[in-house]
Each structure stands twice: as C-alpha cells, then as structure tokens.
Design a protein around this ligand. Structure first.
Ligand SMILES: Nc1ncnc2c1ncn2[C@@H]1O[C@H](COP(=O)(O)OP(=O)(O)OP(=O)(O)O)[C@@H](O)[C@H]1O
Ligand SMILES: [Mg+2]
Length: 240
C-alpha cells in the first residue's frame, strides 16, 4: 500500500530524516515509534504531500506522491484517511457539519449517491457517538473529539488510515477505548493502518509489526515481542 525509500528531510542544520525506509502491506497495522522530535509527523506529512521531502521516493498505492499535482493529491487523499495529532475539528461547525465537510468536498467520489445524512450517522455510530451529532466541538470531551475526528476520517471509507498519536493526551481508559475502536474499524473495513505513537501500551495491543525511528532512519523493525526482547540499548529505551 505504501513504500517509502531513502526519505530525507532537513530544516537548515536539523537533519530530521536521514534515509528512512518503510513498507506498509495490505491490511496490516504497522506502528512507528520514535522519540518526541524524531520526525514522525514530518514523515507522515511528506507521505500525504503536505510537506516536500529533500529526496527519496514515496509510493502510495502505485502513485509517486512527490510527483503528483494538487488535483491528483486531493484525489489520493480520499483513499488515505489522516487522523491528525490532536483532533483538528472545525470549532465553528457542529459535529454533523464537521463530518459532512469531507463528503461535500469530494462529492464526485460518491457519484450522485451522496446520502450525507446516512453516512454521517453510520460513521458516528461506528464510534458510538450518534447522540452527539448536533453538538459543537466545545461541548465534547477530549476522548469524544478524538472519536469524532476518527468518524470524519472513516466517512470517506479510506483504504489506508494514518494515525498520528491517536491516544496522546487521553487517560488510560479512554486510550483503551480508542484503540479498541481502531481495531474494530480495521476488522470491519479491512483498512491498512500506519499508527504513529510513543504509547507502549497502544503499540503492544495494536501492532502486527513495528518500526523504530531513531536518528532519522528505520533503526529497527519487528514484532512487538521481538523488539521488546532485543538487547540493543536504543531499542530497550522504548520499552522501559
Ligand atoms: N515546518 C518546520 N520547520 C522547521 N522545523 C520543523 C518543521 N516541522 C518540524 N520541524 C522539526 O523537525 C523535527 C521533527 O518534528 P516532528 O514534528 O516530526 O517530531 P515528532 O517525532 O512528530 O515529535 P512528537 O512526538 O513530539 O509529535 C523537530 O526538530 C521539529 O522542530
Ligand atoms: Mg508528532
């Protein structure tokens, strides 16, 4: 689904990505872990064409993201759902309007069969928030906002979902609920997911494979159990 080769990105003297490689296979849950500031968000922004890398190739479902024009990027982004760090809801819109926004923007995708009301209620039902459809974001708790953001991503029925810190800022119980939702969605829609996190519990529960991002490269790869057993100090540091 995604293939990244030798990705490099610097900001002045700050060499953030120094030859990062990654492959996401169909239907899998791949977790990327890295310290704060290691370049996880930069990587994901390059991946969806929000940021241009200095060099390297990024292939998403057969398309080279670094060479797409704005229209093609827009089209690709309907297949690639992105859950931003934080939840990034529009504060001046109700929950319903937040969910309708991507639908209307990409009307073409639904070929005259937009059925907005049904899609909105189904997406909200998937995250257990049908009752919140007419609330404003300011009336939601942090966990509810995250779930609405997830519903807004799901409503486009993406083939790939990119999660940037899906559990950050949430208490352990709400984190567990979000992780459980992510797993249900995966099973129900057979999406392929890339999950960026520094939450070890999240990684343990959801990952089928993991990549550790250290010093701008894919420092180590393996299952959670393989990496948790590794002797290497840089790897151990993640699991302490
Ligand atoms: N637009 C930008 N301009 C300059 N520097 C940037 C920009 N975006 C990110 N950086 C720098 O790139 C580095 C990596 O940032 P990034 O946001 O990818 O970290 P992260 O791994 O996502 O961290 P966190 O876990 O805290 O979210 C940081 O040193 C940051 O200051
Ligand atoms: Mg980040």
């Amino acid at each position: 689904m995604i293939d990244i080769k030798d990705l490099r990105k610097s900001f002045g003297d700050n060499h953030v990505l120094r030859g990062f490689n990654m492959t996401l296979f169909k239907g899998e849950n791949l977790v990327i872990m890295g310290k704060s500031g290691s370049g996880k968000s930069v990587m994901i922004k390059c991946l969806i064409g929000l940021m241009a890398p200095d060099s390297g190739s990024i292939n998403v479902m057969g398309k080279d993201v670094t060479r797409l024009d704005q229209d093609s990027l827009d089209e690709l982004r309907t297949d690639v759902g992105f859950l931003f760090q934080g939840s990034a809801l529009y504060d001046s819109m109700t929950v319903r309007e937040n969910l309708e926004f991507p639908l209307r923007r990409h009307k073409k995708r639904f070929e005259g069969n937009l059925n907005a009301e049904k899609r909105v209620m189904e997406a909200l039902g998937n995250v257990g928030l049908a009752h919140a459809v007419d609330l404003m974001p300011s009336e939601l708790s942090g966990g509810m906002k995250r779930r609405v953001a997830l519903a807004r991503t799901l409503i486009m029925q993406p083939k790939i979902i990119l999660y940037d810190e899906p559990t950050s800022g949430l208490d352990p119980i709400t984190s567990k609920e979000i992780i459980e939702l992510m797993r249900n969605i995966q099973r129900k829609y057979e999406t392929s997911s890339l999950i960026i996190t520094h939450d070890v519990d999240c990684a343990r529960v959801i990952s089928e494979r993991m990549i550790l991002l250290v010093d701008g490269i894919n420092y180590a790869e393996g299952t959670f159990n393989e990496l948790a057993k590794a002797k290497d100090q840089q790897i151990q540091a993640f699991f302490k």
